[in-house]
Design a protein around this ligand. Sequence first.
Ligand code: PMP
Length: 391
Amino acid sequence: MLTHRQLFFQHVAQTSEKPLALEIERAEGIYLYDVKGNSYIDLISGISVSNTGHCHPAVVNAIKEQIEKYMHLMVYGEYIQSPQVILAKILSKILPSSLNCTYFVNSGTEATEGALKLAKKYTGRSEIIAFKNAYHGSTHGSLSVMGNEYYKQAFRPLLPDVRFIEFNNQDDLKYISKKTACVIAETIQGEAGVIIPDVQFMKDLRCKCSDNSALLILDEVQTGLGRTGKMFGFENYGIVPDIITLAKGFGGGMPLGAFISSKKIMHCLTNNPVLGHITTFGGHPVSCAAAIANIEVIQKEKLVEQVKKKEKLFHKYLKHPSIKSIRSKGLLIAIEFENEKINMKIIHKCIDKGVIVDWFMFAPNCMRIAPPLIISDDEIKNACEVIISCM
Ligand code: PMP
């Protein structure tokens, strides 16, 4: 009999030569438990997903209740499904009034694809402006707006008419013109290793888009649902985008994504052509039920309000001569080391000692820390002590 480990390498498609290959039996709160009886602190939330922790009882209950009623009924958009309707209403309540219409999908990259199509259809323009070092997903449209050549080169040709500009480069804003359908940006660049734009740059970007009737799409896939110390990352800049995308932490551990805009903009997807953007499983009722409970937990447990204090604790406890710098916005944290080799060595030591940390795709010399927002002060202290002991 082959072990699960052997079967994993033989039959499950691999994304790299060296997957972590931990075999997890169960997960609860900030902890993962493997089949050998080891426990791990998940300090990356399965990459910014488990904001309310793994298997939060309220989320699990909501899933169970919905499964008893119905799972998939029909392709997205045809039937009135109460979990979708209630979730869409909650979103319109917690977002600025212009972001009042939600198109549900399954993942972050699908949300990107939908948002780009929406902007092209609404403006009748084709030019897309994206940012150097941006990550918006792995499908063809998302790859076209990825600001990193290494990960794109093997998959060309990609979308035409895409131009790249730089965070905080005021001069680059001149490229936004009446030909521009949209500008797409993360509110904080995640895979680039937590790169935070200036407030004034984001305000100017917003103005420049408005002046040219180009839509501003802000990607909240990694920053949404409290991670940065605000419910949505864009709230850090005092601006309102035309479209946002959500996924990852949105479903409370279930697969769910969305692109959200105004009723007026979103309406253009309903005709000419009819069914111009469709999805079978988008807004799955079980995922939506989980997402409702997830938002309720974030609100009831006042998780967003505690993020800044917890961020400060990481800064307090993570002091070591090997650390070159720490960049953070809330609980999205990058610890910079001299080079990739040192970082990888420390990461693997941490995992061996039961603290799961990671690197960033475009910043392999930086350690990723993005814990569940429910992590306690003591757990932060313990986890940081382990990390320091690995340097
Ligand atoms: N946008 C951002 C900012 C992301 O970080 C990611 C995932 N790392 C995506 C989009 C894509 O999400 P998904 O993996 O669900 O397609």
